[in-house]
Each structure stands twice: as C-alpha cells, then as structure tokens.
Design a binder for this molecule. Structure first.
Ligand code: SF4
Length: 723
C-alpha cells in the first residue's frame, strides 16, 4: 500500500501544504509546497522548510521558481509523434504513441538484435525510475546498451573513490561536518553559483577558524570566500595535487602511523610525487611555487582536513587519476576515515548519486553491484525472477553509445528519459547528427527539449511535485519527494509507461506503478550490495529527514560517516593511486592557442531545458557569453559585449564577450546551458578517461575571433512554446 502524505492533496489543485524537495541539484533542498493564492496558472508556491537539516530553509532562485514548470503552457501535456521522417510532430493518444514505440523497439530487436535497442537515462530520475529503467533494459529489451548522463557528471570521482576506498558515495560524511574541519581544499567547484545554500557550511568553517583553499582557473564567487585561491591552467589539477604531496612529504607532514596502519601503496605514490617538485609544478600549472608551499603548509599542519572535488578535475580525460592524486594527499596526511576528515565529491544532478547506484549505468546492477560479478547477477536475477544468464553484460558508456547511434553495429532505436544530450553531450553537433540517424528516437520528458524536438515519439511525463519518489543527495542521504498535486490529464509517470511498454513487449508483470512498491523491490535488489537500501522505507525517510546508506535492515541506524573503522576494500585498507602528470587530450597549439573551460551560472541548470523556460531565471541569465581576460581581449581587439566566435576542431560557438580579470589570460570560459549558436558543447572534446569513460568537458584547445553582431544568438526571454 502506498503511504500518502498526511498533508498531500491528491487532486489537480493542491489544497494543503506538502513537504518535499527541490527538483534540481544534488543538494535536494527541503521545501514546502502550498496552494498558490493567485498563481496565474501555476498551481503551487514554494515556502521555506527550516526544519530540513541540509538547507535549513535556504533556497536558490531555481528552487523557488520551480513551480513555473507545472503550468500547462510551458510543458508537454500529451504525447506527440511524427508520421514519417521530416514530418512535423503531431498530437497522439497514449495508446497510439505506446503502440508505435513498442512496435519500433520490437522490429529493431528482431531485425538487428537486442543490442541495437538502447536506453539513455538521467541523473535527475528518481531512484525508482532509474531502477526500473535498468530492469526494463535488461529484462524486457535484453540489451546491454543502457547508460545515462551521470556518466558525464561524477563518474571519474566514482571510479577513483572505488579504487581508493572500495566504495563510492559522493560525501563520506554529512555536509554539517564541514564547519568542523581544520582545512578544506575545494577543487574545481563553485557552490556559490551551483548550490548557494551549501555555502553556509564553508562560511561556518572559516568562522570556526578553519582555512579554505579553492582551486579554480577562474576567481569565482566561491574563490572570493577562500583564504587562498590557486588558479591553475585547465587540466593542471593533477600536477597540482602531486606537487602538494611532494611538499607534504619533503616537509615531514606525512602521518606515518596512519599510512602504515590503514593504507597500501604509499611508496609508489611517494616516488611519483617526488618527481613533481614545486618549480616543475609551477611550469605545468601556472601556480606560483610560493602559493603551492603556502597551501601545503595550511593543509599539512591542520589537525583535520578535507578535499572536495567537483566537475573541474573530474571532467577530464585523466579525471580518475586526478581525483586519485587528491585522495593520495588526504591519505598521506591521515585525513580519511577519521571524524571531520576525508575526500568527497560534490555531485551535480538531483539524483546523481542514486542514479548511479541502481542499474542505469552500463556496467552496474542495483545496489552498486558489478554486472560482471556472478554472485551479483544471481542475486538480482532472483529478485527479477529471470535466469542470471539472461541478464546482458556491460554495454557502451554514454558517449560511446551516442557516438554509435544509427551505425550498422550501433544502436538503431533509442529510448531516452530525463536527458538532453543535444545540448549537454560533448561534441554536441556530432551527437545531434547521430540522433538524427536513428531509425527510432523516443524521448520521455516534461518539456519539448532540443533532443525531444528530434524525436519520432515524445512521451510527456510527470514532475517532482506530481509524484512520490526518492532521490539520494550528495551526502548519500536518501530523501523522499512527496506528491502535492495531480498532473494534467495527458501526462503519465515513467513508471506507468515502462509498465505499459513492458506489457506490449510480452512482459506483463514486474513493473510496479506505485513508487513505494518500486522502492521496496529496489531495496530487495540492493540488499547485500555496496549501496544497500534494504532497511530504508518511505515512512522511515519521512520520520528521520532522510536515511544514509548503507542501511541493510530496518533497525540499522544508517551510515552518515563511512570508513571510520575500516575502508571497504577486502583488507580494510585504503589504496594509494599510482598516478603521474600527463597533458590533457588536447592542449593549445598554434592554430588553437587558448584553453576553453565550461561551467554553470547561478540562474540556469544543466542543459537549460527547464530553467530557460522560467522568465525570472532568463532575466538573470539571458544567454551565453564568453569570458576573456582584459589582456587577451586587448590583444584580439575585442571590446566588452562584442560578439566573438570560439572555434575548436569540432565546431564554432558565438556569444558576446564578457571581459573580466577573474579568468586566466590563456583561458576562455563559456557556460553550457544554451542551444543554438551559443552552444558551448559544440566545441568540447569527447576524449574519454580510460577508467571512467568520462568525456573531457573541462578543457579543449580553441581560438577566439571577432564576428558580426548579427551572428549572435538572441537571448530567450520568458516562456518557450512547447510545440
Ligand atoms: S541549491 Fe539546488 S536543491 Fe537547493 S534550491 Fe537551489 S537548485 Fe534546488
């Protein structure tokens, strides 16, 4: 039986307040939805929820304005389909749309084999949806080819985490521990813009006497808060971490007892670090040696220390090694597996953590199990009621899957949910070409995103306020979103459409529509795995403001802090990584003499498919721009606000220049939220990390040229039409 919120109103118009969470980033801020008094088509308004411990009532503009997407005139309200290639999308009934999808998937499978059918998920899907999407791919379609956009987000940190500690959870401690550490190094993250309510923890750290070091090629709003800002070239993070470890060793700041008692592999890490002396690191990174020494002293002498990474060091073709180098620094100084210490990753998407734990990743089964582990396959097969040998092996990673779309041996029919790769994938122009070459593209989304516009069938799905479901925030805290109102008549949840498609494809059972029932099955599938949710239920989450995994039984307290007794490796010891500096996949040269790095701005989110439809967010961040240092602008003869073209080996993007001395003179920056002429991902390099298969979003070689003003993309103001 589904647990209904005592305050939720199961009608199309909300009549009482409902405690829930923001639909956007990994902080998953608590919020309260109340009926809108005069909503002008927007049914609910957002109120603060001060009792939720993560954000304590604070919200950013994205969360406050999220109900705008509930209005009928900005969202999809019924299925759309295309009668033939090149024909316009037209309205269709659900039965016609689902029959078309099922027939297309079945035909592709019969003609080209099961692996010619692909599934592409998203890090914003709830745990229940991610779990059933993975089950649908393996049980109904029989395909190995399922992956998701989280591969573009935290996969390098995940790989490094598992290599070092035997387990991957974004943060091994609650955010509330941050103010109590002695020194924190934040590498390539800008929470002041991406998750402003989290900044309070960094401020409190400094108020308590702790030190904050920020590593970023740009002097961001977050870097402004720091005691020390290190500003390396894009791709310099690995050498920087090695240089800091060099100084920690050379200056006698290694915690010998910790290294001996709780780690393996220090000697190889030491040898590599000793080859990265300060002057060499200064040449590689551009960070002055004296700043490096100051950072090493601050971190090495602190009684406790943390390192947090975000997309900067992770979205590189050496991202796993880069994160490994920062973990090495933590291990050498004894800052891991102890209170108020450790390495953590600030995940990005709303369910970036849970989305990678329950089976929508090409190499994983629910519970963070390896799809190649025979015991894991047996366990999950028993829960699914299928033979273990029927579960396919690992499939292609996200970019490799997209790159192979429509090719003779690639995926020919794709079901895509909660993702917009036409804007968010690297080398996006190429990805759009591959999407166009498919025999069948099916997109489930709440708005007509750029990818949905390419689809043969578009399936409109419910949003956060219209359904129950769990997500797992960046701390590993499983939280519960509650339904506040019914969706419009023509809109269905992904759980419902997976059940309908499964039935049409010959699997009439095993796909629950009730989220709580799906979560209970997910718990059984995860039992005994790394990410064990078996002891977590909806009532418990609601009563406890979230439960930290692993939580194997209902009487287990959950695990806010990992590794305090032992690491999750077979011998309980953490493993140093053997890493050394290497250049990025593409370094500047004569033809492309500058680095491009990309990122987010405060008022937009990811591909912008949702936030670009919110007028107040568009007013704050109306369009793309190119950040250039004044010296670079002067050399190129570019004035502030003038249109410039940024050109890489893969494409060209045009946007107004924004001249600022907060960026390095050898680097330009573009936010990646926009489509069209200003699409930053037209430029980015899909060079992949060999371990995580993460593309190198964070650096590529470009040149910058002045262009005519008519080439600049006009900002989108206010609402976008849906069809
Ligand atoms: S910080 Fe993230 S979770 Fe919180 S309101 Fe903003 S977008 Fe939502």
């Amino acid at each position: 039986m589904t647990l209904t919120s005592p305050t939720a109103a199961p009608t199309s118009t909300a009549t009482a307040a409902t405690d829930t969470h923001c639909p956007y980033c990994s902080l998953q801020c608590g919020m309260r939805l109340a009926p809108a008094v005069d909503g002008a088509g927007i049914p609910v308004e957002v109120l603060e929820r001060p009792d939720f411990p993560v954000n304590r009532g604070a919200l950013c503009g994205k969360g406050r304005s999220a109900p705008v997407l509930l209005a009928r005139d900005v969202r999809l309200t019924g299925p759309l389909l295309r009668d033939r290639p090149g024909a316009p999308l037209r309205s269709a009934s659900w039965s016609e749309a689902l029959d078309r999808v099922a027939a297309g998937l079945a035909r592709t499978r019969a003609e080209h084999g099961a692996d010619a059918v692909g599934v592409f998920g998203g890090g914003g899907l709830t745990n229940e949806k991610a779990y059933l999407l993975g089950k649908f791919a393996r049980v109904v379609l029989g395909t190995a080819n399922i992956d998701y956009n989280g591969r573009f987000c935290m996969s390098s940190a995940a790989a490094a985490h598992r290599r070092a500690f035997g387990l991957d959870r974004g943060l091994p401690f609650p955010l509330a521990d941050i103010p109590h550490t002695g020194c924190l190094i934040l590498v390539g993250g800008n929470p002041a813009e991406t998750m402003p309510p989290a900044v309070r923890y960094f401020r409190e750290l400094r108020e308590n006497g702790g030190r904050l070091i920020v590593v970023d090629p740009r002097r961001t709003r977050t870097a402004e808060l720091a005691d020390l800002h290190l500003q390396p070239r894009p791709g310099g993070d690995l050498a920087l971490a090695l240089g800091l470890l060099h100084l920690v060793i050379a200056d006698g700041m290694v915690d010998r007892a910790f290294v001996e008692q709780r780690t393996n592999g220090f000697e190889a890490a030491r040898e590599s670090a000793m080859a990265h002396w300060p002057d060499r690191v200064e040449r590689i990174t551009g960070v002055p040696a004296h700043q490096l020494r100051e950072a090493a002293r601050m971190f090495g002498h602190a009684a406790t220390g943390m390192v947090l990474t975000a997309r900067g060091p992770e979205q590189q073709s050496k991202g796993t090694d880069t994160v490994g180098a920062w973990i090495n620094l933590c291990l050498a100084t004894g800052n891991s597996g102890r209170p108020y210490s450790g390495y953590g990753c600030l995940t990005g998407q709303g369910n970036g953590q849970g989305g990678r734990e329950h089976g929508q990743k090409a190499d994983q089964l629910p519970g963070y199990r390896s799809i190649e582990d025979p015991a894991a396959r047996e366990h999950v097969a028993a829960v699914w009621g299928v033979p273990a040998e029927s579960i396919p092996g690992p499939g292609k990673s996200a970019y490799e899957l997209l790159d192979d779309l429509g090719r003779p041996d690639g995926v020919r029919a794709l079901l895509l949910a909660g993702s917009n790769p036409a804007v968010s994938a690297p080398n996006a122009g190429h990805v759009v070409d591959r999407l166009r070459s498919l025999d069948l593209l099916v997109v489930a989304d709440l708005v007509l995103s750029e990818t949905a516009r390419l689809a043969d069938v578009v399936l409109p799905v419910t949003q956060w306020a219209e359904e129950d479901g769990t997500t797992t925030n960046l701390e590993g805290r499983v939280i519960l979103r509650r339904k506040a109102l019914d969706p419009p008549d023509g809109v269905r949840s992904e759980l419902w459409l997976l059940r309908e498609l499964a039935a049409r494809l010959g699997v009439p059972t095993g796909f629950p529509v009730e989220p709580e029932e799906a979560f209970a099955e997910l718990g059984r599938a995860s039992a005994g795995g790394d990410a064990d949710y078996a002891g977590i239920g909806y009532r418990r989450i609601a009563a406890e403001d979230g439960v930290f995994w692993p939580c194997p039984t209902p009487d287990h307290p959950g695990t806010p802090r990992l590794f305090l007794d032992r690491f999750a490796t077979p011998d309980g010891r953490a493993r140093f990584a053997e890493v050394t500096h290497r250049p990025g996949g593409e370094e500047p040269d004569e033809a492309y003499p500058l680095y491009l790095t990309t990122g987010r701005v405060l008022a937009q989110y990811q591909s912008g498919a949702q936030t670009r439809r919110v007028a107040e967010l568009n007013a704050a961040a109306p369009g793309p721009f190119v950040e250039l240092h004044p010296r670079l602008a002067e050399r190129l003869g570019i004035a502030d606000g003038e249109p410039v073209a940024v050109v890489s080996r893969r494409g060209r993007a045009v946007a107004p220049a924004r001249i600022t001395d907060t960026i390095r003179a050898d680097t330009v920056f573009m936010p990646f939220h926009w489509a069209g002429a200003g699409r930053a991902n037209s430029l980015t390099n899909p060079a992949l990390d060999p371990v995580s298969r993460m593309p190198e979003f964070k650096l590529c070689a470009v040149r910058v040229e002045p262009v005519q003003r008519k080439d600049v993309q006009e900002p989108v103001q206010g609402k976008e039409v849906t069809a």
